[in-house]
Design a protein around this ligand. Structure first.
Ligand code: MMA
Ligand code: CA
Length: 175
Protein backbone atom coordinates (compact mmCIF):
# COMPACT_ATOMS: atom_id res chain seq x y z
CA UNK A 1 0.00 0.00 0.00
CA UNK A 2 1.35 3.44 -0.92
CA UNK A 3 0.89 6.44 1.39
CA UNK A 4 0.07 9.71 -0.29
CA UNK A 5 2.66 12.43 0.48
CA UNK A 6 -0.10 14.40 2.28
CA UNK A 7 -0.96 11.50 4.61
CA UNK A 8 2.70 10.72 5.24
CA UNK A 9 3.27 14.34 6.26
CA UNK A 10 0.28 14.21 8.62
CA UNK A 11 1.47 11.01 10.32
CA UNK A 12 4.94 12.49 10.71
CA UNK A 13 3.42 15.58 12.32
CA UNK A 14 1.39 13.54 14.83
CA UNK A 15 4.38 11.35 15.65
CA UNK A 16 6.56 14.34 16.48
CA UNK A 17 3.73 15.90 18.49
CA UNK A 18 3.44 12.72 20.59
CA UNK A 19 7.19 12.18 21.01
CA UNK A 20 7.69 14.36 24.13
CA UNK A 21 4.62 12.76 25.80
CA UNK A 22 6.01 9.28 25.10
CA UNK A 23 9.40 10.21 26.52
CA UNK A 24 7.75 11.35 29.78
CA UNK A 25 5.30 8.48 29.95
CA UNK A 26 7.64 5.58 29.25
CA UNK A 27 10.77 6.43 31.20
CA UNK A 28 9.64 7.84 34.55
CA UNK A 29 12.80 6.45 36.21
CA UNK A 30 14.91 8.96 34.30
CA UNK A 31 13.30 11.86 36.18
CA UNK A 32 14.09 10.35 39.59
CA UNK A 33 17.64 9.66 38.49
CA UNK A 34 18.01 13.25 37.27
CA UNK A 35 16.86 14.44 40.70
CA UNK A 36 19.39 12.18 42.43
CA UNK A 37 22.17 13.30 40.13
CA UNK A 38 21.31 16.99 40.69
CA UNK A 39 21.25 16.46 44.45
CA UNK A 40 24.60 14.70 44.34
CA UNK A 41 26.14 17.41 42.15
CA UNK A 42 24.82 20.22 44.38
CA UNK A 43 26.32 18.51 47.43
CA UNK A 44 29.66 18.07 45.68
CA UNK A 45 29.71 21.71 44.43
CA UNK A 46 28.88 23.09 47.89
CA UNK A 47 31.76 21.07 49.40
CA UNK A 48 34.15 22.31 46.70
CA UNK A 49 32.99 25.89 47.40
CA UNK A 50 33.73 25.25 51.08
CA UNK A 51 37.30 24.29 50.19
CA UNK A 52 37.76 27.39 48.00
CA UNK A 53 36.34 29.70 50.70
CA UNK A 54 38.57 28.09 53.34
CA UNK A 55 41.56 28.82 51.08
CA UNK A 56 40.30 32.43 50.62
CA UNK A 57 40.18 31.88 46.88
CA UNK A 58 36.54 32.84 46.15
CA UNK A 59 33.98 35.43 47.15
CA UNK A 60 30.50 36.02 45.79
CA UNK A 61 28.06 38.87 45.43
CA UNK A 62 24.69 38.90 43.71
CA UNK A 63 25.36 35.72 41.76
CA UNK A 64 28.77 36.82 40.48
CA UNK A 65 31.74 34.76 41.68
CA UNK A 66 35.15 36.40 42.15
CA UNK A 67 38.31 34.31 42.39
CA UNK A 68 42.05 34.70 42.83
CA UNK A 69 44.95 32.28 42.49
CA UNK A 70 46.93 34.43 44.94
CA UNK A 71 49.49 35.27 42.22
CA UNK A 72 50.55 38.58 40.67
CA UNK A 73 50.75 39.66 37.04
CA UNK A 74 50.66 42.77 34.87
CA UNK A 75 47.35 43.85 33.35
CA UNK A 76 47.60 41.97 30.02
CA UNK A 77 48.73 38.74 31.68
CA UNK A 78 45.83 39.06 34.11
CA UNK A 79 43.41 39.32 31.16
CA UNK A 80 44.92 36.15 29.65
CA UNK A 81 44.87 34.18 32.91
CA UNK A 82 41.24 35.04 33.61
CA UNK A 83 40.22 34.15 30.06
CA UNK A 84 42.12 30.85 30.23
CA UNK A 85 40.12 30.01 33.34
CA UNK A 86 36.85 30.73 31.54
CA UNK A 87 36.25 34.09 33.24
CA UNK A 88 37.32 37.72 32.86
CA UNK A 89 39.19 40.27 34.95
CA UNK A 90 37.14 41.45 37.95
CA UNK A 91 35.13 44.59 37.19
CA UNK A 92 32.97 45.87 40.08
CA UNK A 93 29.52 47.19 39.13
CA UNK A 94 28.36 48.17 42.62
CA UNK A 95 29.58 48.50 46.25
CA UNK A 96 28.84 44.82 47.01
CA UNK A 97 31.01 43.61 44.14
CA UNK A 98 33.69 46.14 45.09
CA UNK A 99 33.73 44.71 48.66
CA UNK A 100 33.96 41.16 47.28
CA UNK A 101 37.12 42.13 45.33
CA UNK A 102 38.52 44.20 48.20
CA UNK A 103 38.42 41.08 50.40
CA UNK A 104 41.27 39.62 48.29
CA UNK A 105 43.23 42.88 48.15
CA UNK A 106 43.18 43.01 51.96
CA UNK A 107 43.71 39.29 52.54
CA UNK A 108 46.71 39.09 50.19
CA UNK A 109 47.79 42.66 51.05
CA UNK A 110 48.29 43.32 47.32
CA UNK A 111 46.55 45.80 45.00
CA UNK A 112 44.59 44.29 42.10
CA UNK A 113 43.97 45.54 38.55
CA UNK A 114 40.31 45.96 37.64
CA UNK A 115 38.50 45.39 34.35
CA UNK A 116 38.34 49.12 33.71
CA UNK A 117 40.47 51.13 31.27
CA UNK A 118 40.90 54.66 30.03
CA UNK A 119 38.78 55.61 27.03
CA UNK A 120 39.95 57.66 24.04
CA UNK A 121 39.11 60.69 26.17
CA UNK A 122 42.00 61.10 28.69
CA UNK A 123 40.78 60.89 32.28
CA UNK A 124 37.54 59.15 31.24
CA UNK A 125 37.32 55.46 32.16
CA UNK A 126 35.07 52.66 30.88
CA UNK A 127 34.62 48.89 30.99
CA UNK A 128 36.91 46.89 28.69
CA UNK A 129 34.08 46.46 26.15
CA UNK A 130 33.67 50.22 25.96
CA UNK A 131 30.48 50.49 28.00
CA UNK A 132 30.00 53.29 30.54
CA UNK A 133 30.79 52.82 34.23
CA UNK A 134 27.62 53.08 36.29
CA UNK A 135 29.56 52.94 39.55
CA UNK A 136 33.04 54.21 40.47
CA UNK A 137 35.03 54.32 43.72
CA UNK A 138 37.96 56.63 42.95
CA UNK A 139 40.44 57.51 45.68
CA UNK A 140 40.48 61.23 46.41
CA UNK A 141 42.21 63.19 43.61
CA UNK A 142 42.02 60.21 41.21
CA UNK A 143 42.05 59.59 38.32
CA UNK A 144 45.22 61.65 37.98
CA UNK A 145 47.11 60.17 35.01
CA UNK A 146 45.68 62.42 32.27
CA UNK A 147 46.26 59.82 29.55
CA UNK A 148 49.47 58.40 31.10
CA UNK A 149 47.78 55.79 33.32
CA UNK A 150 45.51 53.56 31.22
CA UNK A 151 44.68 50.91 33.84
CA UNK A 152 42.97 50.98 37.23
CA UNK A 153 44.12 49.34 40.46
CA UNK A 154 42.23 48.80 43.70
CA UNK A 155 43.86 49.96 46.93
CA UNK A 156 43.56 48.06 50.22
CA UNK A 157 40.74 50.38 51.33
CA UNK A 158 38.75 49.47 48.20
CA UNK A 159 39.25 52.80 46.43
CA UNK A 160 40.51 53.03 42.84
CA UNK A 161 43.63 54.59 41.32
CA UNK A 162 44.42 54.92 37.63
CA UNK A 163 47.83 53.31 37.12
CA UNK A 164 50.21 52.28 34.33
CA UNK A 165 49.41 48.76 33.14
CA UNK A 166 52.88 47.21 33.56
CA UNK A 167 52.91 46.70 37.34
CA UNK A 168 52.51 43.33 39.08
CA UNK A 169 49.15 43.17 40.81
CA UNK A 170 46.98 40.45 42.39
CA UNK A 171 45.10 38.43 39.78
CA UNK A 172 41.35 38.61 40.51
CA UNK A 173 38.86 37.23 38.01
CA UNK A 174 35.08 37.11 37.81
CA UNK A 175 32.87 34.23 36.68
C1 MMA B 1 51.75 57.47 42.03
C2 MMA B 1 50.90 56.61 41.08
C3 MMA B 1 49.71 57.40 40.63
C4 MMA B 1 48.94 57.94 41.81
C5 MMA B 1 49.86 58.72 42.72
C6 MMA B 1 49.10 59.16 43.97
C7 MMA B 1 53.21 59.33 41.98
O1 MMA B 1 52.29 58.52 41.28
O2 MMA B 1 50.51 55.46 41.76
O3 MMA B 1 48.85 56.60 39.87
O4 MMA B 1 47.89 58.72 41.34
O5 MMA B 1 50.96 57.94 43.10
O6 MMA B 1 49.92 59.94 44.79
CA1 CA C 1 46.68 57.72 39.40
Amino acid sequence: MMLSPQLFHKILGVAFFLLPLCVQAFIPVADDETGDINHHLEHRISRLEGVLRLEKRITEFGGKIFATNGKKADFNTTLEKCKEAGGSIAAPRNPGENDAIQYFVKTFNTYAYLGVKESLIPGKFQFLDGTELGYTNWHSNEPSGKGEEGCVEMYTDGTWNDKRCNQNRLIVCQF
